[in-house]
Design a protein around this ligand. Structure first.
Ligand code: ATP
Ligand code: MG
Ligand code: MG
Ligand code: MG
Length: 472
């Protein structure tokens, strides 16, 4: 079946509505009342209040297509066929209502029934937790061949304490052509995974309470939560080589071709990576800014800044030397308008925010790239493999290069960055600011306040911001 992304999204929701689920709207990317989470990163993240019992839902069966951001995948974007920063997670949820038997039977029906997805069951592989004999039994019962059920020790969802349980993931066999051939250099894919088997759906059977004493007690009311990546499913329906050759990303890629210096998508690997990063990041920043995030040096704002600046550097690769990302905002809006009409409504505001961040970075970008180029050249000439802390800090502080961006660029050039050295420079900067502040005490409250503000917006934040360790 050749379906559009919006038809596919709707088909999922309709199916579960038919099974008695209430369709929940996609919640804001910015978590409400949840300081442990930087971004909504899954469907279930918006439903914590139901699963921890603090709120009782009107209907214990719910379904949604939830926009989600995962910063741990930033570096995968453009390199793998399947990872995005912003993606939509289709999900169905049971709060103490149906459990394993129904979850498995409905999953199979949705995927294989000609009325719904209509996929060939021979292309599907189900993974189960080895001790979860029930899951295996239910898959067999609905008609999955035993050699398409694979036991995997990792299939256990556990965050340390609270609800936990086995899960079952569904992989789609994209065929021999994808046997490490999804791009011209599959070796480059992180983890050396094989792109032939695409993970599309994760079904979590939340049946234990992981206690502080480290035991697993059966939950009196068991829950189901599932997550299916819309973009991956669309790539299968639209026979796309990767998620990027679908109606969700191609419009941004085409627009970027137009804006580039005569570059065409699918010419070479390096350019493809740049096109994909720009398509992905333009989408993420557009939707996130629409949800109220703004570029800054801390927390969520830093993620936005990092994505914008990484996209700009990749624009340079395609010969784009002026502000351009803001022109992708309405294109993103078009691709999402059927389910997220607000994006298009807010396009002028979002474009303005993006444009001003682009202008700001573009002021220092050329000089920063020049410095970076020199450093790489010198390092190579001296047989060094590391960019030192002070240089990385100068790129950050003077030229606005997020240190992760410097790391990514360095790694492309075969170098690494002394991150500890960078942090030490950051600390020195903070100490200097603190001294200046106490020295300025005598100058009166006003001055003191001003320094405080500058301090907070420019340096202090880095402490609270550790994207590596941010709880995702
Ligand atoms: P992967 O192994 O491919 O990184 P995952 O196991 O980390 O995926 P889950 O946490 O199981 O992903 O999330 C449920 C589903 O959401 C996945 O099966 C996939 O379809 C989708 N998904 C997860 N991360 C991403 C992402 N970064 N971009 C697009 N889709 C994603
Ligand atoms: Mg992952
Ligand atoms: Mg996985
Ligand atoms: Mg998974």
């Amino acid at each position: 079946k050749q379906l559009s992304s919006s038809q596919i999204r709707q088909m999922y929701l309709d199916f579960f509505q038919e099974k008695g689920h209430t369709i929940e709207p996609s919640a804001s990317l910015i978590p409400v009342d949840d300081p442990t989470l930087l971004w909504i990163n899954s469907g279930v993240a918006t439903m914590k209040k139901y699963f921890d019992g603090s709120v009782v839902p009107k209907n214990p069966r719910m379904t949604s297509s939830q926009k989600s951001i995962r910063t741990n995948d930033i570096e995968n974007v453009g390199k793998t066929p399947r990872h995005h920063t912003l993606f939509e997670m289709l999900g169905n949820f049971s709060v103490g209502d149906y459990f394993k038997k129904e979850a498995i039977a409905w999953a199979f029906e949705l995927l294989t029934s000609p009325k719904w997805f209509g996929w060939d069951k021979d292309k599907l592989f189900m993974t189960v937790y080895p001790k979860d004999k029930d899951a295996k039994m239910y898959w067999e019962k609905v008609g999955v061949a035993p050699d398409h059920i694979i036991e995997i020790e990792d299939n256990f969802w556990d965050i340390g304490q609270g609800p936990s349980g086995p899960d079952s993931e569904i992989f789609y066999d994209r065929g021999k052509d994808f046997d490490n051939l999804a791009d011209d250099d599959p070796e480059n894919y992180p983890g050396g995974e094989n792109d032939r088997w695409l993970e599309v759906w994760n079904i979590v059977f939340s049946q234990f309470n992981h206690t502080p004493q480290d035991t697993y007690e059966p939950l009196p009311r068991k829950n189901i939560d599932t997550g299916m990546g819309l973009e991956r499913v669309v790539s299968i329906f639209q026979h796309a080589r990767t998620n990027f050759e679908t109606d969700l990303f191609l419009p941004m890629i085409r627009k970027t071709e137009e804006l580039s210096d005569n570059k065409k998508y699918d010419t070479n690997k390096k350019d493809n990576e740049a096109f994909r990063i720009i398509a992905d990041h333009s989408r993420a920043i557009t939707v996130a800014i629409g949800d109220g995030a703004l570029p800054s040096n801390v927390g969520r704002g830093y993620v936005i800044r990092r994505l914008i600046r990484r996209a700009i550097v990749n624009g340079q690769r395609l010969g784009i030397n002026e502000a351009f990302l803001y022109k992708l905002v309405p294109v993103v809006g078009e691709t999402l308008k059927s389910y997220y009409p607000d994006v298009l409504k807010q396009k002028d505001y979002i474009a303005k925010v993006v444009r001003s961040e682009e202008d700001r970075f573009n002021e220092t970008l050329a000089d920063g790239l020049k410095l970076f180029g020199q450093v790489v050249k010198e390092a190579k000439a001296n047989n060094q493999t590391v960019i030192d802390g002070p240089t990385a800090f100068k790129l950050y502080d003077t030229y606005g290069f997020p240190v992760e961006l410097t790391q990514e660029e360095a790694s492309d050039a075969g170098l690494s960055v002394d991150k500890e050295g960078f942090k030490a420079e950051m600390q020195k900067q903070k100490d200097r600011a603190r001294k200046a502040r106490s020295g300025a005490k005598s100058m009166g409250v006003q001055r003191d306040l001003l320094i405080e503000i500058k301090d907070a917006s420019e340096y202090v934040g880095y402490d609270t911001l550790d994207v590596d360790n941010a709880k995702l």
